[in-house]
Design a protein around this ligand. Structure first.
Ligand code: F3S
Length: 58
């Protein structure tokens, strides 16, 4: 289960850039997990490591 804390997300977009098969930017400018995301994608860890606010958890 990959989750994004929308209160912590500042909408920098790094996750959507580094792992586009899992993350995308929502209409409110915050990241969301795509409905059809591959939750075993290795890039998820990259996004977790790169998120400046630690908003992504797995
Ligand atoms: Fe938000 Fe972190 Fe992604 S701040 S846009 S969840 S890299």
């Amino acid at each position: 289960m990959v989750q994004i804390d929308s209160d912590a997300c500042i909408g920098c977009g790094i996750c959507a850039a580094s792992c586009p098969e899992v993350f995308e930017m929502g209409d409110d400018g915050k990241a969301i997990v795509k409905p059809d995301a591959d939750l075993s994608a290795p890039c998820i860890q990259d996004a977790i490591d790169q998120c400046p606010t630690g908003a992504i958890t797995q």
